[in-house]
Design a protein around this ligand. Structure first.
Ligand code: ADP
Ligand code: F6P
Length: 481
């Protein structure tokens, strides 16, 4: 039997246009999702549809399509206008769904125009899908920016198999119910055939929202999935925790350049220990809470002054959105205040880096750290936690992990779990991590690495693809046809 081709739809294309000395060039982005999905597109054939990230321009389309061909797949770039970007991306996606799904109701702006543009831009993505759709491909749509694509596809007559994966958390009913378009959004979601979420917590939340807000849907559960009968169709809801390319990280960690940078960082740290954090500049990541917890640690353990450092990288993100801009000022105020309180000649407690760093530097910092401090207030998964462990080819290092990251559900046996809102609790976990004997570190890290080696992103893609292949597609549910 011929394998079905795949159409991947995501807000960003895995390619972007960079200007090198005034010349525009298309480059493939790095990242686990791209690494995992490209082999599927190459093997089965198919197309990746996403935002070009630039103004509409025939030359850009040509560059992107040429680069995609070089990488062994096809792409369809979508161009959104400035007005669409403001209302769809900055508006509904990042000032409604992102804060709502991360329990930050105070950051939500429920503007009716945002919802209107969200559906309009999702319909634009659906038009692009229809331009390549031949009736037999598997369609896989990604993330919160595109929850309405299946509904727009159905309106355009698409009866094919359409799957969705949500990379963020799904909130509890009490939070979700605040959305003015709560039932409409769930009805849009029910146009998918398979809805994948990160964790069991998320599937439970979605199912309870459906029970309350779409009572006419009939729900049953097995030990692996939930099934929803709705308007003569059967929809599967299941958790698929995303992961990383473990082998790629472990191998890259051994590269001579990374080894060299690791040695140089360790040498510069002298006898001291290093705590490491790296996050997008996002209020969900809990950076201010983390800084305050570190300050609390230095206050209660003056003997650590001069002997431990926090290296915190903050990667600029979504800078046009008000909550993100305010966060930068808050972080910088706290860094200045803690550094002002504790710095001594020759020693600074917080090394704060506000920019993106090269990949080799990131890997070297993972390898040189004694402790990785990963304390989001809420996170769909958190790949940094997994990458840190994959690069620890020496089996050393301790992961301090927020219990509100999706990763905690899988990594609780090896990590020290913390409540990121409990500053003294985080300070206590840091103490425990900094003092943990090497044999205990090894025991925990080996457990984590054994798990990740097996639960890698390739397994994630394969499991998801297998389930898509077996779901009933539109118009062919067993009970009705
Ligand atoms: P989120 O998707 O919310 O940003 P994750 O922790 O899941 O959070 O993923 C962050 C990703 O960003 C990781 O894969 C990490 O390697 C990557 N990353 C972090 N810093 C940089 C950087 N300076 N350059 C490129 N990628 C980075
Ligand atoms: O984790 C959610 C996510 O949207 C990722 O898909 C994306 O890589 C990251 O956040 C950065 O967000 P944006 O695409 O808005 O810059």
């Amino acid at each position: 039997m011929k394998e079905r081709e795949v159409v991947i739809v995501s807000n960003r294309l895995p390619l972007s246009i960079k200007h090198d000395q005034g010349v525009a060039k298309a480059r493939r982005s790095s990242g686990g999702l791209v690494t995992a999905l490209l082999p599927i597109l190459r093997d089965k054939g198919g197309v990746w549809i996403g935002n070009a990230g630039t103004h509409e321009d025939e030359h850009a389309t040509e560059l992107l399509q040429q680069e995609a061909r070089n990488e062994g797949f096809a792409c369809v770039p979508i161009y959104v206008t400035e007005q669409e970007d403001r209302n769809f991306y900055e508006g509904f996606s990042n000032q409604v769904l992102w804060p709502l799904f991360h329990d930050f109701i105070g950051e939500c702006r429920f503007e009716p125009a945002y919802w209107e543009f969200y559906r309009k831009v999702n319909a634009k993505f659906a038009d692009a899908v229809m331009s390549v759709y031949r009736g037999d491909q598997t369609l896989w749509v990604h993330d919160y920016q595109l929850m309405h694509v299946a509904a727009a596809l159905r309106e355009r007559g698409c009866k094919g198999r359409v799957a969705f994966f949500l990379h963020t958390p799904f909130p509890s009913y009490d939070v979700f119910a605040k959305l003015p378009w709560r039932r409409d959004l769930l009805l849009s979601l029910l146009q998918y055939d398979l809805i994948g979420l990160q964790t069991e917590r998320d599937t439970r939340n979605l199912v309870s929202c459906l029970r309350r807000l779409v009572p006419e849907a009939v729900m049953t559960s097995t030990h692996t999935a939930h099934h929803v009968m709705f308007q003569g169709r059967r929809i599967v809801i299941q958790d698929f925790p995303i992961s990383i390319d473990f082998e790629e990280f472990a191998q890259a960690a051994r590269e001579p350049e990374v080894e060299e940078r690791t040695r140089s960082i360790i040498a510069r740290m002298g006898m001291g220990q290093m705590i490491f954090g790296v996050d997008r500049q996002d209020y969900t990541k809990g950076i201010p809470h983390r800084l305050r917890a570190y300050g609390a640690l230095l206050r209660r353990r003056p003997d650590l002054v001069g002997r431990v450092r926090l290296v915190q990288i903050v990667v600029p993100s979504r800078q046009n959105i008000p909550g993100y801009e305010a966060l930068k000022a808050r972080i910088e105020h706290l860094v200045a205040s803690i550094n002002g309180e504790f710095t001594q000649p020759g020693w600074v407690p917080i090394h704060y880096i506000h920019r993106s760093i090269p990949r080799e530097e990131l890997l070297a910092l993972y390898r040189a750290a004694n402790v990785a401090l990963v304390t989001p207030l809420k996170d769909g998964m958190n790949l940094v936690a997994k990458e840190f462990c994959a690069t620890r080819i020496d089996d050393h290092g301790v992961l301090v992990l927020s219990e509100f990251a999706g990763a905690a559900a899988e990594m609780y046996r090896g990590a020290l779990l913390v409540n990121p809102f409990d500053l003294e609790g985080v300070a206590g976990a840091l103490e425990q991590a900094l003092e943990m004997p090497l044999n205990q570190q090894q025991e925990r890290m080996r457990k984590l690495r054994r798990f990740l080696k097996h639960a890698n992103v390739h397994r994630w893609v394969n499991e998801f693809m297998q389930v898509i292949e077996h779901v009933n597609h539109h118009g062919s549910t067993r009970s009705n046809h």
